[in-house]
Design a binder for this molecule. Structure first.
Ligand SMILES: [Zn+2]
Length: 130
């Protein structure tokens, strides 16, 4: 199968759309991913443990942002005046919220990049109706 252009894949991933057709959405709810594309039938779960890479991307992105903002926050005296427990609670809450907000992007980009590296045909026989 012909490899799609990377720019197209990135555009589709940024809009949470199917990497194959660009029309089907990836998510049903806030965090629930569809099993396959409702438009072309491309499976979003080609194998077990497929999204471990997306979780790693999410973890690395969250850690990088938290560390960068933490280092930046050291410049402000008001923040450093807080107690250690307060700071830990704030950073934990921020990391959790950030991680949840990046989850959809991480899953979408993981699916897109994997599809770009290993393009595959949709299996129409297993296509579900939505
Ligand atoms: Zn599709």
């Amino acid at each position: 199968m012909l490899r799609p252009p990377l720019k197209q894949i990135v555009h589709r991933a940024a809009h949470w759309r199917c990497p194959n057709c660009g029309r089907g959405r990836l998510f049903r709810g806030v965090f629930r991913m569809l099993p396959s594309c409702p438009e072309c039938g491309l499976s979003y779960f080609p194998e077990q443990g497929y999204y471990v890479g997306a979780m790693i991307i999410n973890y690395v992105a969250t850690t990088a942002v938290v560390v960068a903002i933490f280092l930046f926050s050291l410049l402000f005296r008001d923040f450093t005046a807080l107690s250690t427990n307060s700071k830990i609670l704030l950073w934990m809450a921020f990391a959790i919220v950030l991680s949840l907000s990046l989850m959809r992007h991480a899953y979408s980009f993981w699916l897109g990049i994997d599809f770009w590296i290993k393009p595959r045909q949709p299996d129409v026989s297993t296509m579900e109706k939505f």
